[in-house]
Design a protein around this ligand. Structure first.
Ligand code: SP5
Ligand code: ZN
Length: 316
């Protein structure tokens, strides 16, 4: 399996976030991706490749030009550490750092490269993107995300055939939902925690099903907190049925490991071996797949969780 990775992400190192009145250490740190990379690099069946470069037009197929320019200009003037943007921002968790624009652009290029490789005939490619993307909306950053990597890859693939996005990060992908809410050529299916009590606190309810031409092409499945594999797989089966009915040419998987039982900000109870079972079930779809890394913050076990999940695919 090809793994698309660039070390540019290291220049984006958030220091703190503001959470319920406290200044807390940021969890979306460079070590996340480095630990996954080093777990995969020694395994057979994995090959790490650099992203290709893309012009701005792919990025601008999803994001507004003025938002992109703002992010570029504002990050340039951060000297060290971080500050929060005054515009285009959803929350107090997503700081501007000196490297945020470059890293986010490179993360999108990892996802685009993975999509291109799938169009060239690979059955599955993994974009080890960082920062993550699924909370980024057309014109705003949020939830540690700046550009929506999975949405940019999906848009790229949608030129060639119908795309289904399956989002299994712990949090609802409000950005991806917003971007494709009125479209029927890209299906969005997400499993996540109850937004009443979990980030993004605004979208991801089961009544949100799309609008206009996109009505019926968004599906939100709320997973109860403390769910273990059995309960999780029951819901996943329903989500996968929606994808089968849609019969897409391509699958984009937004993959988060914040569903892990030891994750510091998640609330489910999945174990490392459960990730192999979950990926086997998704793999049964047998659709050419771009996997895009989203969240997952328990760094000591991120490498083994990624290896457990991806090894099922690498056998394909
Ligand atoms: C991509 C992704 O998983 N984004 C998640 C953003 C959720 N951020 C809101 C929760 C912040 C909790 N931070 C508290 C850390 C306490 N150790
Ligand atoms: Zn998440």
């Amino acid at each position: 399996m090809l793994v698309v990775y660039s070390d540019i992400h290291e220049t984006h190192a958030p220091v703190y976030e503001l959470y319920e009145g406290n200044v807390v250490q940021h969890v979306e740190v460079p070590d996340r991706v480095e630990t996954i990379r080093s777990a995969l690099k020694d395994l057979p069946n994995f090959e790490i490749v650099e992203p290709r470069s893309f012009s701005d037009s792919e990025l601008l197929s999803i994001h507004e030009n003025r938002y992109k320019n703002y992010l570029r200009a504002q990050t340039k003037s951060v000297r060290s550490g971080q500050r929060f943007a005054s515009l285009y921002i959803q929350d107090s968790y997503t700081p501007l750092t000196k490297g945020a624009y470059k890293a986010a652009r490179s993360a999108a290029e990892c996802a685009l490269t993975a999509a291109q490789l799938v169009l060239e005939g690979s059955t599955v490619v993994y974009a080890l993107s960082r920062p993550p993307g699924h909370h980024a909306e057309t014109e705003s950053m949020g939830g540690y995300c700046y550009f929506n990597n999975a949405a940019i890859a999906s848009e790229y693939l949608s030129k060639k055939g119908k795309v289904a996005i399956l989002d299994i990060d712990f949090h609802h992908g409000n950005g991806t939902q917003q971007i494709f809410y009125d479209r029927r050529d890209v299906l969005y299916v997400s499993l996540h925690a109850d937004p009443t009590t979990s980030f993004p606190y605004k979208t991801g309810f089961s009544g949100e099903v799309g609008v206009g031409a996109g009505e019926g092409y968004t599906h939100n499945f709320i997973v109860p907190n403390d769910s273990t594999l059995l309960g999780y797989q029951e819901i996943l089966t329903k989500a996968l049925d929606k994808i089968r009915q849609y019969n897409p040419a391509y699958l984009v998987l937004s993959l988060g490991f914040d569903t892990y039982h030891r994750d510091p900000i998640g609330g489910f109870s999945l174990q490392t071996s459960d990730f192999a079972r979950i990926s086997r079930q998704i793999n049964e779809l047998e659709i050419p797949t771009v996997i895009v890394q989203e969240g997952g913050y328990f760094i000591p076990d991120l490498g083994s969780n990624a290896a457990a999940f991806l090894s099922e695919y690498a056998r394909r």
